[in-house]
Design a protein around this ligand. Structure first.
Ligand SMILES: Nc1ncnc2c1ncn2[C@@H]1O[C@H](COP(=O)(O)OP(=O)(O)OP(=O)(O)O)[C@@H](O)[C@H]1O
Length: 762
């Protein structure tokens, strides 16, 4: 049946043009308001969207005043105009007679007079029943109360450029066709908003308790990044009155990611939030000029097999990311605290102004919650205030003493000459005494505070490794004597070269927090961390401590943990020790990849010792992955080109050739430049992609990205059955949305020989 023949078609088209007319009117009015042309409003109104009688002048005027729209909102309204809503629900609240028809879109609009909703926002409490509720009896929560009702219809619309193209009702029996259609789309629309097709398991995460941290373990392609961004939008909607977007910070793995998400956030009505990478943020917050080695440097060396002693190098990274290292630093910080803590009495000449014990107590107990620098500032204030009060008293006493002396001179010295001399002397002594005291008083506080002022934070970090005895003491029963000394020398050597590893940033940030405090303007109240499996325990802990909040949204996938030598191997410590208030949730379905590709990726994952759950692809079929072997350069190039051609024929735009490492990719790139007729781009870092080019990149660079078609090419550097190689292969496979091709000298080089028959195309 064509949609035009649907009995509701004309009602639906009328509704659409009514909504659009209303929105257009508001847009024009808001623009008029903004232009301060209110005087001619009435004339200007003539001819505006008057197709519907309800758009009368008064109602619009009220709306325009009521909606004295901010520029950003107006822009958003214009953006949603071509698709004012995407779904509707028929809902009868338990306490009402009438069923309501509610249209769901990306903004909310109400009739100003009747307050009847024209469109409700997807983030509003009642919209939850669209995402969560099945047809029938449902409930939703709003402002702490539970509301019940009956959902009799869920209808989805396909509206493009303001035209109604299709609509269909969703119930228990129909699969979600809109989702299917959306997933069949192209990769260059990646990370668009998915408000119309959010799935129940994803909805639960978006709407999970906003006052608690959340940790999401989500399979590759399960929508972690997408869902994190939607949760931000949901959060800001709910706390619009009490939370400024600037107080929310997304920490993305690299700049490329920020470009990606940069497109989606405005579509979700989210502006002005902070977006940064871990390294950028750390450097900014630490506030010292530092040379930090590339975060990929270690991994690349590891993948290329270039480490002299990989076991030790991995151990160093692991240790620096562990809470044991935090414990070691805590001991060191404790010593610094004692060094900086006031002990002596605060004196002005022979006068004791403040008792040392009191100052010590203030520092160690009362100001315990503050950084050392801030405690220092407070102590300084205490000293200054005591000095101010007591100086006057001391000066008065001196004054009295000399007055008495003067009196004695005047009345008891008989000899005139002697008396005169005595008076002059007393006056001079007094002045001298006053001057000395004043001078003393001027510098008393700074003299007292000088030895208590913290050194530069980087100096402290370096000193820790330069002093063998000190390090041995603070590492006692944390590291063995041998480990301790080897680690100390490693660090000493590293820092002598004025370089830091990424793993040093969390310790430095933590020390800065304890010693100087992280400046308020650098802190955030709510933090979103993507690709969290690449973070270490200490990184997460330090962020929580330094930002002084546990309001974190942490999303990641342990199966893609290619940095697990420094990162997480399980979520246990994070949920139990670092973010104990958190909700832990999982996403098991993959929305990116076809069943056939996911079968292969799952089988590859099973080669690992660690037991990762099988990822369930949503029902979307495609071709089985292909495998081609080759002999020699010519055959290799021909195989890649054949895969590219096949993918292009299937309509794939974004195609990536993924090699194991940068070495391999450089070779493939040269070969492709020679043989391919299309332009080729080599991506060794996270840099902007030239869409329309054939992209060549190492497996670790592909993490977090997605392509219509992926060609995994193994020319020289084979994948071995190690944890890292299997994960790299898994990451590469799960980048594919529609097509996957594998090329290597033989199956073994891609670990395919271990897989059961039938997974690959014959
Ligand atoms: N409910 C949905 N409706 C439509 N598309 C979706 C939905 N959920 C996820 N997707 C799509 O699935 C793809 C994967 O999403 P996303 O990149 O957020 O996943 P991820 O879990 O972060 O992946 P990875 O860990 O592999 O990088 C994207 O193209 C996204 O648009």
């Amino acid at each position: 049946m064509t949609i035009q023949k649907h009995p509701d078609y004309s009602k639906e088209t009328e509704r659409l043009s009514y909504t659009k007319g209303y929105m257009q009117a508001i847009i024009q009015l808001a623009e008029l308001n903004q232009g301060q042309h209110k005087t001619n409003l009435k004339e200007a109104m003539e001819g505006i969207g008057d197709s519907d009688s309800s758009l009368n002048y008064t109602s619009l005027l009220a709306t325009s005043n009521f909606l004295n729209i901010a520029e950003g909102e107006l822009k958003h309204l214009k953006e949603v105009l071509p698709r004012p809503y995407f779904a509707r629900i028929n809902f009868k609240a338990a306490d009402k007679q009438e069923e309501e028809i509610l249209y769901i879109g990306k903004i909310s609009l109400h009739e100003p007079e009747t307050q009847e909703p024209i469109v409700i926002d997807w983030r509003s409490p009642i919209a939850n029943v669209y995402y969560d509720g099945r047809i029938g009896d449902v409930s939703y929560e709003a402002y702490g109360e539970e509301y019940e009702g009956n959902l009799s219809k869920k209808r989805q619309y396909k509206i493009e450029d303001g035209k109604l193209l299709d609509f269909r009702d969703v119930d228990l029996t129909t699969t979600d066709e809109l989702l299917q259609e959306s997933l069949a789309g192209k990769a260059d629309h990646r990370l668009t908003e998915i408000v119309s097709t959010i799935q129940a398991e994803q909805n639960q995460i978006i709407r999970a308790d906003l006052n608690r941290p959340i940790i999401v373990q989500g399979a590759a392609g399960s929508g972690k990044t997408t869902i994190a961004l939607h949760r931000i939008s949901y959060f800001l909607y709910h706390y619009a009155d009490s939370f400024r977007p600037e107080e929310l910070m997304i920490i993305a793995p690299n700049r490329m990611f920020i470009d990606y998400i940069g497109d989606v956030l405005p579509e979700l009505g989210v502006n002005r939030i902070r977006q940064t990478t871990y390294i950028d943020y750390m450097q900014e917050a630490i506030g010292e000029k530092m040379k930090v080695r590339s975060p990929q440097a270690k991994l690349i060396k590891l993948v290329n097999g270039e480490w002299e002693d990989p076991t030790f190098e991995k151990w160093v990274s692991g240790f620096k990311g562990s809470l044991k290292y935090k414990k070691l630093l805590d001991r060191y910080i404790s010593r610094i605290r004692l060094e900086l803590c006031p002990k002596d009495d605060f004196m002005l000449e022979k006068y004791r102004l403040v008792n040392g014990t009191k100052l010590k107590r203030l520092y160690l107990t009362d100001y315990n919650y503050l950084s050392f620098q801030k405690r220092n500032d407070k102590i300084k204030e205490v000293l200054k205030s005591h000095l101010r009060q007591k100086k006057k008293m001391i000066l008065d006493n001196i004054q009295k003493k000399y007055d008495t002396m003067l009196e004695q001179a005047l009345f008891h010295v008989q000899n005139k000459e002697k008396r005169k001399q005595r008076v002059v002397d007393v006056m001079e002594w007094k002045e001298e005494r006053f001057n000395t005291l004043q001078k003393e008083a001027k510098t008393a506080v700074s003299r007292y505070m000088k030895p208590l002022t913290p050194k530069k934070m980087l100096t402290y970090y370096k000193e820790l490794f330069n002093d063998a005895n000190l390090f041995a003491e603070v590492s006692e029963d944390i590291l063995s004597t041998q480990q301790s000394e080897r680690f100390r020398l490693y660090q000493q050597d590293l820092l002598a070269g004025k370089e830091f590893e990424v793993e040093d940033l969390a310790p430095l940030f933590y020390i800065k927090h304890k010693i100087n405090g992280i400046p308020k303007e650098k802190r955030a109240r709510n933090v979103v961390i993507d690709e969290a499996q690449d973070y270490s325990h200490f990184q997460l802990y330090a962020l929580k401590a330094g930002l002084e909040t546990d309001m974190f949204t942490v999303v990641g996938d342990l199966a893609q943990g290619i940095h697990s030598y420094r990162g997480l191997k399980s979520w246990k410590t994070v949920t139990e020790k670092i973010l104990p208030r958190s909700n832990f949730m999982t996403l098991k379905k993959s929305y990116r990849t076809t069943i056939e590709i996911m079968d292969l990726a799952n089988a590859t994952l099973q080669l690992l010792k660690q037991d990762f759950p099988t990822v369930e692809p949503v029902v979307r079929h495609g071709q089985k992955p292909s495998f081609q072997s080759f002999e020699g350069e010519e055959e290799f190039a021909a195989s890649v080109l054949k895969s590219v051609e096949e993918s292009r024929e299937k309509g794939c735009d974004l195609i990536a050739v993924i090699g194991k490492n940068d070495r391999e990719c450089a070779v493939i790139y040269e070969l492709m430049k020679k043989h391919s007729t299309e332009p080729v781009q080599l991506l060794l870092e996270h840099e902007p992609m030239n869409k329309g080019h054939l992209l060549i990149m190492p497996s670790y660079v592909s993490k977090g990205l997605e392509f219509d078609s992926v060609i995994i090419a193994c020319y020289n550097d084979l994948y071995e059955q190690t944890e890292l190689d299997v994960k790299l292969l898994y990451v590469a496979m799960t980048r594919a949305m529609h097509e996957l091709h594998l090329i290597s000298p033989d199956r073994e080089k891609l670990l395919l020989h271990q897989l059961k028959e039938g997974i690959l195309r014959p």
